[in-house]
Design a protein around this ligand. Structure first.
Ligand code: PLP
Ligand code: COI
Length: 356
């Protein structure tokens, strides 16, 4: 049956997969809900979004996504509170960032109402898949790619915007051990590092695999000129606490402007934590580790939330971070997740209730 709400065409799945999902043992992003949103760009315009049963898609082998990597994505979460009300966190920021990425990758920008109305309708339909367990959530993956055909190396004339959702547990399991990267670069001045472009992630896989082979879980990227300044991790922004000051690098055209990062900066300031947004050198971090003033390092991102780093490796030496009782990471994580899961007041207006 097909119905149209808010200008979204809805085709419901005949049967549900919900009984196949083990909500007590959710991995990250590996099981999917009953429906997905699909919106096509054709003849110079985005068409009416459709919600259809979750399914595979068919593409022509010449589709430009396969050859020239025109593809961008976003990462968001839906949270359920004790009353089973559903919330998003700063969703318009994701929509705006998708369009910043779109512009850089010569992809036509998407109307905000297609994104927001489509997402809300999808969440209303698949609401039962949003985990109730604290720490779990529905990971939402909006993405756009070039479906248009042809080997000519130029922007495609057709695109697909899809939103797929996965009930998920935590992104990292166990302690996070990172390696400060000094050979490879994630991004460069004037490049696409600030965009959430698929290729940014593909380019990280080989150097990250080399680090994994040495026992690390992630790479910390440094600037591409001298490998002297900390930039960000593969899927999160980085915060470093030296003494009582919380430091993170400035965003630039090489770094993703993380929504979690900017939220943490605001919360930390309001908690009276001294914060600095400035370039932070590897030499300073290694010195601080040696003289004992390095107190914490943590990653921040939608998938990773706030993930404390237990150890960092640099030039063949591993430096362990101390285990603190009242760490900033734990305090900030509680405040941000209490806002996300509607367990505390939201003085910032970041929480977005999804109507039932
Ligand atoms: N940096 C990179 C490269 C990422 O992939 C992510 C994840 O989205 C982040 C930072 C954190 O951004 P956000 O907090 O908006 O999820
Ligand atoms: C997110 O945090 O949502 C991301 O996009 C990171 C992803 C690569 C898992």
């Amino acid at each position: 049956m097909s119905i149209t709400t808010k200008n979204i065409i809805v085709e419901k799945a005949e049967t549900s997969k919900i009984d196949q999902i083990d909500f007590d043992n959710l991995a990250f992003g590996s099981v999917f809900t009953d429906h997905m949103l699909v919106c096509d760009y054709k003849n110079g315009a985005w068409e009416t979004p459709k919600i259809v049963p979750y399914q595979s898609i068919t593409l022509d082998p010449s589709s430009k996504i396969f050859h020239y990597g025109q593809s961008i994505f976003e990462g968001m979460k839906a949270y359920k509170d004790e009353n089973e009300d559903v919330f998003l966190f700063r969703p318009l920021d994701n929509c705006k960032r998708l369009n910043i990425s779109a512009k850089r990758m010569a992809i036509p920008e998407l109307p905000e109402e297609h994104f927001m109305d489509g997402l809300i309708t999808l969440l209303q339909l698949d609401e039962a898949f949003i985990p109730k367990k604290s720490g779990s959530s529905l990971y939402i993956r909006p993405f756009v790619f070039a479906s248009g055909k042809g080997f000519h190396a130029s922007p495609a004339d057709e695109y697909k915007f899809i939103i797929a959702c996965a009930p998920s547990g935590s992104y990292f399991s166990g302690k996070v051990k990172v390696l400060i990267e000094e050979t490879y670069s994630r991004s460069a001045n004037g490049g696409v590092g600030y965009a959430k472009a698929g290729g940014n992630y593909a380019g990280q896989f080989y150097p990250t695999q080399l680090a994994v082979d040495k026992g690390y879980s992630q790479v910390i990227w440094t600037d591409d000129t001298d490998h002297e300044y900390i930039e960000e991790a593969g899927a999160m922004n980085i915060f470093i606490r030296i003494g009582d000051t919380l430091i993170t690098g400035p965003t630039s055209d090489r770094i993703l402007d993380g929504i979690t990062r900017k939220s943490i900066l605001e919360i930390a300031k309001d908690q009276g934590i001294s914060t600095e947004v400035r370039k932070i050198s590897v030499t300073e971090v290694v010195e601080a580790a040696k003289n004992g003033s390095l107190k914490e390092m943590f990653g921040a991102g939608t998938a990773a939330v706030i993930s404390p780093i237990a150890t960092f490796g640099h030039q063949g030496t591993d430096y362990d971070l101390p285990e603190l009782e009242n760490d900033y990471a734990g305090k900030l994580k509680k405040i941000i997740t209490d806002i996300q899961y509607n367990k505390a007041k939201d003085p910032y207006g970041w929480r977005f209730k999804v109507s039932k």
